[in-house]
Design a protein around this ligand. Structure first.
Ligand SMILES: [Zn+2]
Length: 166
């Protein structure tokens, strides 16, 4: 058989099959099933990706809303009051939640990078450390946030979310 003259060839167990001629019905059905499976899997993959994007957007919006609620409450409350302290505690809780959710991949990476980088600024870092000292003097909460801050102090440098120990 002149293989070159037949065009495409298929090797199976050392034998040559030529598309369209040497293939029997069962082989065609097998090939069709394979193609359907690949298309099906691609669709599932695409759907999962879309769902993940939608979920990340939902979480992102939820956290942005929580942030503004807390920020408004902080502004409207007398500094040094018990109520003000409670809102500072809420802010720490929000931050810790973001660490949790980001670690599960439920936050958009770019968004999390921006929120995490808040601690890159010395002023913001000092404020959060002060919040921690005031709101949780026992140091038994906010494990992830504390781990991130400890890492910054130990390394004396800022770090990205990919290297964060929080
Ligand atoms: Zn970190």
């Amino acid at each position: 058989m002149d293989i070159a003259a037949q065009g495409c060839v298929w090797t199976r167990g050392g034998e040559f099959l030529t598309y369209g001629r040497g293939m029997d019905g069962a082989t065609w059905i097998g090939l069709g099933t394979l193609v359907a499976a690949v298309v099906g899997l691609s669709l599932v993959g695409w759907q999962l990706r879309e769902q993940r994007i939608a979920m990340q957007a939902e979480f992102g919006n939820l956290y942005i809303q929580r942030y503004w609620n807390i920020d408004d409450d902080l502004l409207l409350t007398l500094k040094g009051s018990e109520e003000h302290r409670r809102h500072r505690h809420r802010y720490l809780r929000l931050f810790e939640d973001e660490f949790d959710v980001a670690s599960l991949g439920f936050l958009n990476r770019q968004q999390w990078r921006a929120w995490h980088s808040v601690l890159d600024g010395q002023k913001a870092l000092d404020r959060v450390k002060d919040d921690l000292a005031v709101c949780n003097p026992d140091e038994d909460e906010f494990e992830r946030l504390r781990a991130c801050i400890r890492q910054r102090e130990r390394e004396d440098a800022i770090h990205g979310v990919a290297n964060c120990l929080g």
